[in-house]
Ligand binder design. Structure first.
Ligand SMILES: CC(C)(COP(=O)(O)OP(=O)(O)OC[C@H]1O[C@@H](n2cnc3c(N)ncnc32)[C@H](O)[C@@H]1OP(=O)(O)O)[C@@H](O)C(=O)NCCC(=O)NCCS
Length: 397
């Protein structure tokens, strides 16, 4: 088996694998489509391409540091070549490349959590899917003003609002990324947003003083009593702006009886409306994460006032550089990290450590899964090292 990046000439073979694996009809090739540059593939000894995976670089927040994040997408193999380790081999190549280019994280949206756990990934996030009847939205009184985005409008207010909203949320991506050489805003505010030419509507909300405070991207879904406006992307700069945005969205009541929105886990939806019984709320796991570079990941744990030392053993059969025992010394708001031969306090798989470092779970929650055998004082200190943190894994790839 050979595993490597593909050439432009091989793009059509990869597109064939993708359309077969995702049971979709592929369109005509587009000569301007350069996405082949992100594709890594495995070839059978006879030369046939058997499987492919996209390696999509991002820059994302991890505990206040903007770090390289390797997005994994388009994972596909042809049925006749499955269960032969092709995807595992490609994942090994992509993770090694990501490690070499300095990435700290990798994320993906799984079809099966069990499958990607084999490659060191663990559950990254959870979102509340909330259906809000307009009768509940009526709690929010309209104020300020709103305007629909039309292709060509100034994107600066959207960018500024997103930056404020995303700050302090792990996995939130830099959408104006000079380092990856592409603006993710192209996907969110595209030329198709031209009033009346698509069924997606984007609204910018301004406060009474005209300052931009929030935006929502909405599209209709469902019919009859189930009809709703689904809010598929949003951001706000303050709680007042959130109230202003909700006060505007309730004005859609004449067109649909519900608003549907996916909220981050930290925004308890039941507390936002007067009659929580009228809401339908379900919480779903979203995405998976792994540390590509354990040493750099641990360095992001330094925090003002945090002092002390710990040693952690890590197992990682995809990236040997991560495996072993790590010593972390906290002082002056920083975390000094080194590999050590010292005895380890405990050993965890890289997936669990990734969840703890990125605050998907706190130390206390991790202790429900794993016996760390530490006393209460040590557990309280480790809870300061590994608190639960806000997250936002919403980028499309
Ligand atoms: C999922 C898919 C990519 C797996 O491809 P594959 O070529 O069989 O993958 P590999 O042979 O490299 O499998 C790696 C490991 O996962 C296991 N595995 C394969 N398919 C699995 C599945 N559906 N569920 C759980 N484990 C699976 C293999 O047994 C192997 O385990 P091992 O390394 O411990 O022996 C392929 O079935 C596919 O294209 N499916 C349709 C498209 C899809 O759903 N893609 C994922 C989008 S997120």
């Amino acid at each position: 088996m050979q595993v490597r990046p593909i050439t432009r000439e091989e793009h059509e073979q990869a597109r064939r694998i993708l359309s077969t694996a995702f049971i979709s009809v592929r369109g005509e090739p587009n000569p301007e489509d350069n996405s082949w540059k992100q594709i890594r593939a495995a070839f059978e000894d006879g030369g046939d391409m058997a499987a492919c995976v996209f390696d999509v670089p991002f820059v994302a927040d991890l505990n206040g540091a903007m770090v390289g994040m390797c997005g994994i997408g388009g994972v596909a193999s042809l049925p006749e070549y499955r269960r032969k380790g092709h995807v595992r081999a490609i994942m090994r190549l992509i993770l090694a490349d990501a490690y070499r280019r300095g990435d700290v994280l990798s994320t993906l949206y799984p079809f099966s959590f069990v499958y990607y756990r084999k490659f060191g990934y663990e559950v990254a996030d959870a979102l509340y899917e909330v259906n809000i009847p307009m009768t509940q939205m009526a709690h929010y009184k309209p104020f300020g003003s709103a305007r629909e985005y039309v292709a060509g409008d100034d994107r600066a207010p959207y960018k500024a609002i997103y930056r404020q909203f995303a700050a302090g949320r792990n996995f939130a991506c830099d959408r104006d990324d000079d380092q990856t050489g592409r603006s993710l805003w192209e996907g969110w505010l595209s030329d198709k947003h031209n009033s009346g030419k698509s069924r997606e509507y984007i609204y910018l909300w301004r406060d009474d003083d005209q300052l931009p405070g929030a935006y929502a991207m909405v599209r209709p879904t469902g019919t009859g009593d189930e009809a709703a406006f689904e809010v598929y992307d949003y951001a706000w700069v303050s709680t007042r702006a959130l109230r202003g945005l909700l006060g505007f969205l309730r004005l859609l009541e004449g067109q649909a009886p519900n608003i549907r929105i996916r909220l981050p886990e930290d925004l308890s939806p039941h507390t936002l409306f007067p009659e929580p019984y009228d809401l339908t709320v379900s919480c779903h796991p979203r995405g998976m994460v792994r540390l590509v570079n354990v040493g750099k990941g641990l360095e992001t744990l330094g925090a003002p006032g945090l002092t002390g030392e710990m040693t952690i053993g890590v197992t990682d059969d995809m990236l040997p550089g991560n495996a072993g025992t790590w010593r972390v010394i906290f002082s002056d708001g920083k975390a000094m990290v080194e590999k050590t031969d010292a005895t380890t306090e405990w050993t965890v798989p890289v997936g669990l450590l990734s969840q703890m470092v990125s605050g998907v779970i706190s130390f206390e929650q991790a202790a429900c899964l794993h016996d760390f055998a530490v006393d209460d004082d040590r557990a309280a200190w480790l809870n300061q090292v590994f608190p639960k943190r806000k997250r936002l894994l919403i980028e499309r790839f």
